[in-house]
Design a binder for this molecule. Structure first.
Ligand code: CUA
Length: 364
Protein backbone atom coordinates (compact mmCIF):
# COMPACT_ATOMS: atom_id res chain seq x y z
CA UNK A 1 0.00 0.00 0.00
CA UNK A 2 2.70 2.39 1.04
CA UNK A 3 5.12 1.96 -1.83
CA UNK A 4 2.68 3.00 -4.54
CA UNK A 5 3.46 3.80 -8.12
CA UNK A 6 4.38 7.41 -7.31
CA UNK A 7 7.05 6.19 -4.92
CA UNK A 8 8.60 3.89 -7.48
CA UNK A 9 8.74 6.70 -10.03
CA UNK A 10 10.75 8.85 -7.65
CA UNK A 11 13.76 6.56 -8.05
CA UNK A 12 13.36 6.01 -11.74
CA UNK A 13 14.67 9.32 -12.99
CA UNK A 14 16.54 10.28 -16.13
CA UNK A 15 20.12 9.25 -15.54
CA UNK A 16 19.17 7.40 -12.38
CA UNK A 17 18.98 3.67 -11.82
CA UNK A 18 16.11 1.96 -13.60
CA UNK A 19 13.83 0.41 -11.03
CA UNK A 20 10.99 -2.02 -11.43
CA UNK A 21 7.92 0.21 -11.33
CA UNK A 22 5.54 -2.72 -10.91
CA UNK A 23 6.53 -3.48 -7.35
CA UNK A 24 6.97 -1.73 -4.03
CA UNK A 25 10.57 -0.87 -3.33
CA UNK A 26 12.60 -2.36 -0.55
CA UNK A 27 13.11 0.82 1.46
CA UNK A 28 15.55 1.36 4.30
CA UNK A 29 13.50 0.68 7.42
CA UNK A 30 12.26 -2.42 9.24
CA UNK A 31 8.69 -1.27 8.51
CA UNK A 32 9.29 -1.19 4.74
CA UNK A 33 10.77 -4.71 4.94
CA UNK A 34 7.77 -5.89 6.97
CA UNK A 35 5.39 -4.31 4.46
CA UNK A 36 7.27 -5.93 1.57
CA UNK A 37 7.12 -9.34 3.30
CA UNK A 38 3.39 -8.92 3.99
CA UNK A 39 2.83 -7.93 0.38
CA UNK A 40 4.52 -11.10 -0.93
CA UNK A 41 2.97 -13.34 1.73
CA UNK A 42 -0.57 -12.08 1.02
CA UNK A 43 -0.08 -12.11 -2.74
CA UNK A 44 1.24 -15.70 -2.61
CA UNK A 45 -1.72 -16.90 -0.55
CA UNK A 46 -4.13 -15.13 -2.92
CA UNK A 47 -2.49 -16.67 -6.00
CA UNK A 48 -2.48 -20.18 -4.50
CA UNK A 49 -6.20 -19.86 -3.62
CA UNK A 50 -7.01 -18.37 -7.02
CA UNK A 51 -5.19 -21.10 -8.94
CA UNK A 52 -6.61 -23.85 -6.69
CA UNK A 53 -10.25 -22.71 -6.84
CA UNK A 54 -10.33 -21.84 -10.53
CA UNK A 55 -8.23 -24.90 -11.41
CA UNK A 56 -10.75 -27.25 -9.79
CA UNK A 57 -13.66 -25.35 -11.35
CA UNK A 58 -12.34 -25.32 -14.92
CA UNK A 59 -11.12 -28.91 -14.65
CA UNK A 60 -14.60 -30.00 -13.47
CA UNK A 61 -16.35 -28.12 -16.25
CA UNK A 62 -14.11 -29.67 -18.87
CA UNK A 63 -13.60 -33.20 -17.54
CA UNK A 64 -17.20 -33.82 -16.51
CA UNK A 65 -18.95 -32.28 -19.48
CA UNK A 66 -22.31 -33.61 -20.65
CA UNK A 67 -20.99 -34.86 -24.00
CA UNK A 68 -18.92 -37.38 -22.08
CA UNK A 69 -22.08 -38.74 -20.54
CA UNK A 70 -21.65 -37.14 -17.10
CA UNK A 71 -24.71 -36.27 -15.01
CA UNK A 72 -24.94 -33.65 -12.24
CA UNK A 73 -24.59 -34.99 -8.70
CA UNK A 74 -27.80 -35.05 -6.70
CA UNK A 75 -26.57 -35.21 -3.08
CA UNK A 76 -27.93 -32.46 -0.86
CA UNK A 77 -25.52 -31.59 1.90
CA UNK A 78 -22.14 -32.74 3.11
CA UNK A 79 -21.09 -31.93 6.66
CA UNK A 80 -17.40 -32.65 6.04
CA UNK A 81 -17.17 -30.22 3.08
CA UNK A 82 -19.06 -27.50 4.93
CA UNK A 83 -16.81 -27.75 7.98
CA UNK A 84 -13.73 -27.69 5.74
CA UNK A 85 -14.76 -24.61 3.77
CA UNK A 86 -15.54 -22.76 7.01
CA UNK A 87 -12.51 -23.76 9.07
CA UNK A 88 -9.81 -23.59 6.38
CA UNK A 89 -10.61 -19.97 5.26
CA UNK A 90 -10.89 -18.96 8.93
CA UNK A 91 -7.38 -20.26 9.60
CA UNK A 92 -6.07 -18.55 6.44
CA UNK A 93 -7.64 -15.18 7.42
CA UNK A 94 -6.17 -15.40 10.94
CA UNK A 95 -2.75 -16.32 9.50
CA UNK A 96 -2.93 -13.22 7.28
CA UNK A 97 -4.34 -10.89 9.95
CA UNK A 98 -1.85 -11.66 12.72
CA UNK A 99 1.37 -10.43 11.06
CA UNK A 100 -0.51 -7.56 9.34
CA UNK A 101 -1.89 -6.34 12.68
CA UNK A 102 1.56 -6.63 14.26
CA UNK A 103 2.99 -4.38 11.52
CA UNK A 104 0.17 -1.82 11.77
CA UNK A 105 0.71 -1.61 15.55
CA UNK A 106 4.48 -1.18 15.03
CA UNK A 107 3.88 1.57 12.43
CA UNK A 108 1.74 3.52 14.91
CA UNK A 109 4.14 3.18 17.85
CA UNK A 110 5.82 6.58 17.99
CA UNK A 111 7.00 6.16 21.61
CA UNK A 112 10.61 6.66 22.80
CA UNK A 113 11.76 8.57 19.74
CA UNK A 114 15.35 9.86 19.62
CA UNK A 115 14.35 12.98 17.72
CA UNK A 116 11.06 14.80 17.11
CA UNK A 117 10.49 17.06 14.13
CA UNK A 118 7.34 19.03 13.50
CA UNK A 119 6.40 19.07 9.81
CA UNK A 120 3.87 21.60 8.54
CA UNK A 121 2.27 21.51 5.10
CA UNK A 122 1.70 24.83 3.35
CA UNK A 123 0.35 25.63 -0.10
CA UNK A 124 2.91 24.74 -1.51
CA UNK A 125 5.93 24.00 0.58
CA UNK A 126 6.94 22.14 3.75
CA UNK A 127 8.01 23.64 7.05
CA UNK A 128 10.34 21.77 9.43
CA UNK A 129 10.92 22.52 13.08
CA UNK A 130 13.23 20.41 15.26
CA UNK A 131 11.65 20.11 18.69
CA UNK A 132 14.22 18.31 20.84
CA UNK A 133 17.78 17.06 21.17
CA UNK A 134 20.83 18.98 19.97
CA UNK A 135 18.87 20.31 16.97
CA UNK A 136 16.07 21.88 19.05
CA UNK A 137 15.17 25.28 17.65
CA UNK A 138 16.30 24.67 14.07
CA UNK A 139 13.48 25.52 11.68
CA UNK A 140 13.16 26.29 8.03
CA UNK A 141 10.87 26.09 5.02
CA UNK A 142 11.58 23.72 2.16
CA UNK A 143 10.35 25.07 -1.16
CA UNK A 144 10.75 23.75 -4.69
CA UNK A 145 13.97 25.21 -6.08
CA UNK A 146 14.08 23.62 -9.54
CA UNK A 147 12.76 26.26 -11.97
CA UNK A 148 9.16 25.53 -12.92
CA UNK A 149 9.85 26.14 -16.62
CA UNK A 150 12.54 23.45 -16.54
CA UNK A 151 10.08 20.96 -15.09
CA UNK A 152 7.20 21.89 -17.36
CA UNK A 153 9.30 21.83 -20.56
CA UNK A 154 11.11 18.62 -19.72
CA UNK A 155 11.93 16.13 -22.44
CA UNK A 156 10.80 13.49 -23.00
CA UNK A 157 7.29 14.46 -21.94
CA UNK A 158 5.74 12.42 -19.20
CA UNK A 159 9.06 11.27 -17.71
CA UNK A 160 9.40 11.82 -14.02
CA UNK A 161 11.53 14.83 -13.31
CA UNK A 162 13.78 15.20 -10.28
CA UNK A 163 12.61 18.16 -8.21
CA UNK A 164 15.01 19.77 -5.75
CA UNK A 165 14.20 21.94 -2.75
CA UNK A 166 16.08 24.90 -1.30
CA UNK A 167 16.25 23.31 2.18
CA UNK A 168 15.62 19.75 3.24
CA UNK A 169 15.09 17.68 6.35
CA UNK A 170 18.27 16.14 7.75
CA UNK A 171 18.23 13.26 10.24
CA UNK A 172 20.81 10.91 11.80
CA UNK A 173 21.06 7.30 10.63
CA UNK A 174 19.67 4.49 12.81
CA UNK A 175 17.75 6.82 15.11
CA UNK A 176 14.03 6.72 15.74
CA UNK A 177 12.70 9.93 14.24
CA UNK A 178 9.17 10.98 15.14
CA UNK A 179 7.47 13.42 12.78
CA UNK A 180 4.53 15.39 14.11
CA UNK A 181 2.42 16.59 11.21
CA UNK A 182 -0.01 19.42 10.75
CA UNK A 183 -0.96 21.88 8.00
CA UNK A 184 -1.54 25.60 7.80
CA UNK A 185 -4.18 25.74 5.07
CA UNK A 186 -5.56 22.54 3.53
CA UNK A 187 -4.83 18.82 3.95
CA UNK A 188 -1.43 17.71 2.66
CA UNK A 189 0.26 14.34 3.07
CA UNK A 190 3.88 13.61 3.91
CA UNK A 191 4.98 10.51 2.06
CA UNK A 192 8.44 8.90 1.90
CA UNK A 193 8.07 5.44 0.32
CA UNK A 194 11.59 4.37 1.34
CA UNK A 195 10.68 4.93 5.01
CA UNK A 196 7.22 3.37 4.81
CA UNK A 197 5.72 6.67 5.97
CA UNK A 198 2.59 8.26 4.58
CA UNK A 199 0.68 10.49 6.95
CA UNK A 200 -1.88 13.18 6.25
CA UNK A 201 -1.06 16.66 7.55
CA UNK A 202 -4.39 18.18 8.60
CA UNK A 203 -5.05 21.80 9.64
CA UNK A 204 -5.92 21.98 13.34
CA UNK A 205 -4.73 18.44 14.07
CA UNK A 206 -1.42 16.88 15.09
CA UNK A 207 -0.77 13.42 13.68
CA UNK A 208 2.49 11.58 14.13
CA UNK A 209 4.50 8.93 12.35
CA UNK A 210 8.02 7.58 12.71
CA UNK A 211 10.91 6.02 10.85
CA UNK A 212 14.37 4.68 11.60
CA UNK A 213 16.43 4.94 8.42
CA UNK A 214 19.19 2.34 8.34
CA UNK A 215 21.24 3.67 5.43
CA UNK A 216 22.64 7.17 4.89
CA UNK A 217 21.49 8.78 1.67
CA UNK A 218 18.95 11.11 0.14
CA UNK A 219 15.37 9.91 0.16
CA UNK A 220 12.55 11.48 -1.77
CA UNK A 221 8.83 11.72 -1.59
CA UNK A 222 6.03 14.01 -2.50
CA UNK A 223 2.90 15.58 -1.09
CA UNK A 224 0.39 12.76 -1.46
CA UNK A 225 -2.89 14.59 -0.94
CA UNK A 226 -4.38 16.79 -3.64
CA UNK A 227 -3.94 20.24 -2.12
CA UNK A 228 -4.55 22.69 -4.94
CA UNK A 229 -2.93 24.03 -8.05
CA UNK A 230 0.71 23.30 -7.12
CA UNK A 231 0.14 19.94 -5.43
CA UNK A 232 2.52 18.36 -7.95
CA UNK A 233 5.28 20.77 -6.94
CA UNK A 234 5.64 19.93 -3.25
CA UNK A 235 8.60 17.53 -3.28
CA UNK A 236 9.95 16.12 -0.02
CA UNK A 237 13.69 15.56 0.39
CA UNK A 238 15.16 13.89 3.48
CA UNK A 239 18.90 13.43 3.93
CA UNK A 240 20.04 10.68 6.29
CA UNK A 241 23.54 11.27 7.67
CA UNK A 242 25.98 9.34 9.85
CA UNK A 243 25.82 10.64 13.43
CA UNK A 244 29.07 12.66 13.17
CA UNK A 245 27.93 14.32 9.91
CA UNK A 246 24.54 15.04 11.45
CA UNK A 247 26.17 16.68 14.50
CA UNK A 248 28.21 18.81 12.10
CA UNK A 249 25.01 19.78 10.22
CA UNK A 250 23.33 20.79 13.49
CA UNK A 251 26.36 22.90 14.43
CA UNK A 252 26.45 24.60 11.00
CA UNK A 253 22.69 25.22 11.05
CA UNK A 254 22.93 26.80 14.51
CA UNK A 255 25.81 29.01 13.36
CA UNK A 256 23.82 30.01 10.29
CA UNK A 257 20.80 30.83 12.44
CA UNK A 258 22.92 32.89 14.83
CA UNK A 259 24.42 34.79 11.90
CA UNK A 260 20.99 35.46 10.41
CA UNK A 261 19.28 36.13 13.71
CA UNK A 262 17.30 39.33 13.61
CA UNK A 263 17.94 41.39 16.71
CA UNK A 264 14.59 42.98 17.63
CA UNK A 265 16.33 45.40 20.01
CA UNK A 266 18.57 46.83 17.31
CA UNK A 267 17.62 50.19 15.77
CA UNK A 268 16.76 49.05 12.26
CA UNK A 269 16.95 51.71 9.58
CA UNK A 270 14.32 51.71 6.85
CA UNK A 271 16.96 50.75 4.28
CA UNK A 272 18.07 47.78 6.40
CA UNK A 273 14.49 46.65 6.85
CA UNK A 274 13.81 46.93 3.13
CA UNK A 275 16.94 44.90 2.33
CA UNK A 276 16.01 42.24 4.91
CA UNK A 277 12.41 42.28 3.66
CA UNK A 278 13.49 41.53 0.11
CA UNK A 279 15.04 38.26 1.34
CA UNK A 280 11.98 37.42 3.45
CA UNK A 281 9.74 38.08 0.44
CA UNK A 282 11.92 35.90 -1.80
CA UNK A 283 11.76 33.03 0.70
CA UNK A 284 8.07 33.19 1.60
CA UNK A 285 5.93 35.21 -0.80
CA UNK A 286 7.23 34.89 -4.37
CA UNK A 287 5.57 31.54 -5.05
CA UNK A 288 2.15 33.26 -5.10
CA UNK A 289 2.76 36.99 -5.45
CA UNK A 290 5.74 36.71 -7.86
CA UNK A 291 9.08 38.49 -7.58
CA UNK A 292 7.67 41.55 -9.35
CA UNK A 293 4.63 41.70 -7.09
CA UNK A 294 2.31 41.13 -10.05
CA UNK A 295 0.73 38.02 -8.57
CA UNK A 296 -0.83 35.43 -10.86
CA UNK A 297 -3.92 36.96 -12.49
CA UNK A 298 -7.02 35.02 -11.55
CA UNK A 299 -5.25 33.11 -8.79
CA UNK A 300 -3.17 35.35 -6.56
CA UNK A 301 -3.54 39.08 -6.02
CA UNK A 302 -0.95 41.56 -7.21
CA UNK A 303 0.70 43.51 -4.42
CA UNK A 304 1.82 46.44 -6.57
CA UNK A 305 -0.93 48.99 -6.42
CA UNK A 306 -2.80 46.99 -3.79
CA UNK A 307 -4.88 49.20 -1.48
CA UNK A 308 -3.75 47.37 1.63
CA UNK A 309 -0.08 47.69 0.69
CA UNK A 310 -0.47 51.32 -0.24
CA UNK A 311 -2.54 52.40 2.70
CA UNK A 312 -1.32 53.12 6.21
CA UNK A 313 -3.97 50.76 7.59
CA UNK A 314 -3.34 47.81 9.89
CA UNK A 315 -4.96 45.56 7.29
CA UNK A 316 -1.74 44.38 5.74
CA UNK A 317 -0.11 43.38 9.00
CA UNK A 318 -3.18 41.35 9.97
CA UNK A 319 -3.19 39.63 6.59
CA UNK A 320 0.48 38.69 6.98
CA UNK A 321 0.10 37.56 10.60
CA UNK A 322 -3.22 35.77 10.47
CA UNK A 323 -3.60 34.86 6.82
CA UNK A 324 -6.83 35.32 4.96
CA UNK A 325 -9.50 32.70 5.69
CA UNK A 326 -10.98 31.13 2.61
CA UNK A 327 -7.93 31.95 0.48
CA UNK A 328 -4.49 30.43 -0.01
CA UNK A 329 -2.95 33.19 2.13
CA UNK A 330 -1.44 31.34 5.10
CA UNK A 331 -0.82 32.82 8.56
CA UNK A 332 2.84 33.84 8.67
CA UNK A 333 2.66 34.93 12.32
CA UNK A 334 3.94 31.55 13.55
CA UNK A 335 6.58 31.36 10.80
CA UNK A 336 8.25 34.78 10.74
CA UNK A 337 9.83 36.66 13.63
CA UNK A 338 8.86 40.26 14.44
CA UNK A 339 11.75 41.76 12.50
CA UNK A 340 10.95 39.65 9.45
CA UNK A 341 7.32 40.78 9.53
CA UNK A 342 8.30 44.44 9.83
CA UNK A 343 10.90 43.93 7.10
CA UNK A 344 8.59 42.28 4.58
CA UNK A 345 5.94 44.97 5.07
CA UNK A 346 8.58 47.68 4.65
CA UNK A 347 9.84 45.98 1.54
CA UNK A 348 6.45 45.61 -0.18
CA UNK A 349 5.53 49.22 0.58
CA UNK A 350 8.88 50.39 -0.63
CA UNK A 351 8.90 48.25 -3.76
CA UNK A 352 5.35 48.81 -4.99
CA UNK A 353 3.82 51.85 -3.42
CA UNK A 354 6.49 54.48 -2.98
CA UNK A 355 9.33 53.48 -5.26
CA UNK A 356 9.16 55.08 -8.66
CA UNK A 357 6.69 57.65 -7.45
CA UNK A 358 9.28 60.00 -6.02
CA UNK A 359 8.03 59.41 -2.52
CA UNK A 360 10.11 58.97 0.56
CA UNK A 361 9.89 55.23 1.37
CA UNK A 362 9.87 56.01 5.09
CA UNK A 363 6.60 57.91 4.71
CA UNK A 364 3.72 55.48 5.11
CU1 CUA B 1 0.36 19.56 -0.56
CU2 CUA B 1 -0.57 18.12 -2.22
Amino acid sequence: LIGSVAGAQVQDMPGGPKVNQLNLHEGVTQITRDVMWLHWMLLTICIVIFVGVFGVMFYSIWAHRKSRGHKPATFHEHLGVEVAWTVIPFIIVIAMALPATKTVVAMKDTSSADLTVKVTGYQWKWGYEYLDGSAAGIKFLATLSTPRAQIENREPKGEFYLMETDNHMVVPVDKKVRVVLTAADVIHSWMIPDFGVKQDAIPGFLRDAWFRAEKPGIYRGQCAELCGKDHAFMPIVVEVLAQADYDKWVEDEKKKMAANADDPNKEWTEAELVARGEKVFAANCVACHQANGKGIPGSFPALDGDKVVLGPKAGQINTVLKGKPGTAMAAFGPVLNDVEIAAVISYTRHAWSNAGKGQDPTVM
